[in-house]
Write a protein that binds this ligand. Structure first.
Ligand code: GDP
Length: 314
């Protein structure tokens, strides 16, 4: 890619898509294409065809997807499976027919087997059963990886796929019912500080381990891979190390400046005990994450303070 390239970021309002857009704008890309969902429904094959025919993007970042937590996946399996399959089928097909130079598909670490050895290598894909609670999403994303590989094999299309670990950063979901742990803790500690609560409740035992990647690092990796990697195998993107939820809670407490106690609600599920990506392939290509966790949490907390909607606590 170069700053004049016509680049389409699909899903630019989401956590990942908005970070990719910020990154490319910051790097001086002046020919960026975006469409909101109201302007272009990616499940409408004809609309996607018309968009590509009219705009002829050269590069595509496919960050548009139906995403959500455990509860949403469980309640709306059709939406997670069908919508994601449909978006991928439409965009990949049209990208191939309109000779897009390169396409990058975003997936997720939940495509790996539930009982995968840790850290998880790319070749563990399809070696065991999936976590049932996010199976609809995972199956759709595995189909996306396979589609990229198939277009490469049958048509020589340069389609690559990227599997990020747990992400956080500006634009995250801070809703306590549906968010992931990191934004939930930022909000919980912040509100407890404001109210002067004596303690904050963290779900589970605090012992599960997770890896956290700032979404701006992911955007940087996506730009890097677009420029430096062409191959059928998916590429993991992570920081290569994890920490316990208890350690994370202590760190968020410090960043927020909350002085009360941390208590654990063990009636809440721990989930999987560890989820860490093996990032050796990405390291060999020459990329590594740069944003230290503390700095990323500080920056995300600042964003939360500026952007949270009125009435969202505090
Ligand atoms: P997961 O990585 O798919 O399991 O998703 P989460 O980010 O939701 O949870 C990660 C871990 O953090 C689990 O062990 C949760 O029990 C734990 N956790 C602790 N406090 C919270 C909280 O307030 N919200 C969420 N979502 N998870 C929490």
């Amino acid at each position: 890619m170069n700053p004049d390239s016509k680049v389409y970021v699909a899903g630019h309002r989401g956590l990942v898509g908005s970070a990719i857009l910020r990154r490319l704008e910051g790097e001086g890309y002046g020919n960026l294409l975006t469409r909101t969902r109201a302007e272009l429904d990616l499940m409408d094959a004809r609309a996607v065809e018309e968009f590509f025919a009219a705009e002829t993007p050269e590069y595509v970042f496919l960050a548009a997807a139906k995403v959500g937590g455990i509860l949403a996946n469980d309640t709306y399996p059709v939406d997670f499976l069908r919508d994601n399959l449909s978006i991928q089928l439409n965009v990949l097909d049209v990208a191939h027919r309109h000779s897009v130079k390169k396409l990058l598909l975003l997936g997720s670490s939940c495509i790996y087997p539930k009982f995968s050895p840790q850290p998880m290598k790319e070749e563990y894909l399809l070696t065991g059963e999936l976590e049932p609670t996010n199976e609809p999403y995972a199956i759709a994303k595995i189909a996306g990886i396979k589609l990229c590989q198939a277009y490469r094999k049958q048509h020589g299309a340069d389609f690559i796929s990227v599997m990020p670990t747990n992400l956080y950063g500006p634009g995250d979901n801070f809703d306590l019912q549906s968010s992931h742990v990191l934004p939930a803790l930022i909000r919980k500690f912040h509100e407890a500080k404001e109210r002067g609560d004596p303690s904050v409740t963290v779900w589970g035992t605090g012992t599960p381990r997770r890896e956290f990647l700032h979404v701006d690092d992911l955007a940087c990796a996506c730009e890097f891979l677009m420029d430096n990697y062409s191959g059928g195998r998916p590429i993991n993107v992570g920081v290569g190390k994890d920490l316990g939820i208890g350690e994370l809670a202590a760190l968020v407490r410090e960043v927020v400046g909350y002085e009360g106690k941390i208590s654990y609600d063990t009636s809440k599920p721990d989930g999987t005990s560890r989820k860490l990506l093996d990032v050796s392939r990405l390291s060999e290509l020459g990329w590594r994450a740069r944003i230290p966790l503390r700095e990323g949490i500080e920056q995300t907390y600042a964003w939360f303070l500026e952007s949270r909607p009125v009435g969202a606590g505090g």
